[in-house]
Ligand binder design. Structure first.
Ligand SMILES: Cc1cc2nc3c(=O)[nH]c(=O)nc-3n(C[C@H](O)[C@H](O)[C@H](O)COP(=O)(O)OP(=O)(O)OC[C@H]3O[C@@H](n4cnc5c(N)ncnc54)[C@H](O)[C@@H]3O)c2cc1C
Length: 206
């Protein structure tokens, strides 16, 4: 109930009708508190604090356990209220050891963008590129990826792709793409299959 006159008494008075004040009233009421008064200096329902400006994003990956629990609880509440819209996302890293973007390549002919990420040494020197993850943004991908289609394959750098493929073939490894320059580029690659049929890429690295 919204009122403009302050009642003579209350079991608790909460100042500030943003998300924090409102949540406090909600939780106290759930715990059985009655005669709660929530006051704000601004007009209701949007008194002008931060809450009215928020985009209302919540992230299930949080800095601390407490923040995570708060987010999980918020998610449950929004779902209960029927106001929760779930969207997707992937967080690669957010700690001190977060991956750095090592390089990026736009390939308009192939309508995709490649972003290579890896761990930069903590002393600030350039990343050595020993281990990298290649993220592909397919410009025309309309449908969401499914588990199994979102992840591509592992790639291993070798000094001589042709020689490696020849040696593997001699040992009975199935070669699914012969050594040669990558489409729209010059780097020599090849694809082989591991014993379970998963593709593995070989990339020439000197
Ligand atoms: C543009 C923007 C986008 C944001 N996007 C997100 C987001 O996507 N996800 C997210 O989690 N967070 C987001 N935030 C942060 C989030 O909005 C705030 O952390 C949150 O709303 C703070 O809530 P609050 O209740 O503490 O403060 P507020 O919403 O500011 O409420 C405080 C209330 O106290 C009242 N008040 C102050 N002093 C007095 C007084 N003396 N007497 C009476 N009333 C008083 C004010 O009028 C105000 O209504 C965003 C913030 C902004 C500005």
């Amino acid at each position: 109930m919204t009122m403009t006159e302050i009642p003579g008494r209350a079991s608790a008075v909460i100042i500030g009708a943003g998300i924090v004040g409102n949540s406090l009233v909600h939780h106290l009421a759930q715990l059985g508190w009655r005669d709660l008064v929530l006051v704000d200096k601004g007009p209701m329902p949007n008194p002008g604090g931060s809450t009215g400006h928020a985009s209302n994003f919540i992230f299930p990956i949080e800095y601390s356990k407490m923040m995570f629990e708060l987010t999980a609880d918020s998610t449950a509440q929004y779902k209960d209220l029927g106001v929760f819209t779930e969207s997707g996302g992937i967080e690669v890293a957010r700690t001190q050891e977060r991956m750095s973007e090592l390089r990026r390549r736009e390939v308009p002919e192939g309508r995709y963008t490649l972003v290579f990420v890896g761990y930069a040494p903590s002393d600030g020197s350039p990343p050595d590129g020993v281990s990298e993850i290649e993220l592909t943004y397919n410009w025309d991908q309309a449908e969401p990826y499914q588990i199994g289609t979102g992840f591509g394959h592992l790639a291993v750098g070798v000094p001589d792709v042709a020689a490696t493929v020849a040696a593997m073939r001699a040992e009975g490894v199935k070669v699914t793409r012969e050594p040669g320059p990558v489409k729209f580029g010059t780097t020599v690659i090849a694809f082989v299959e591991d014993p379970d049929g998963y593709k593995m890429e070989l990339i020439e690295r000197n």
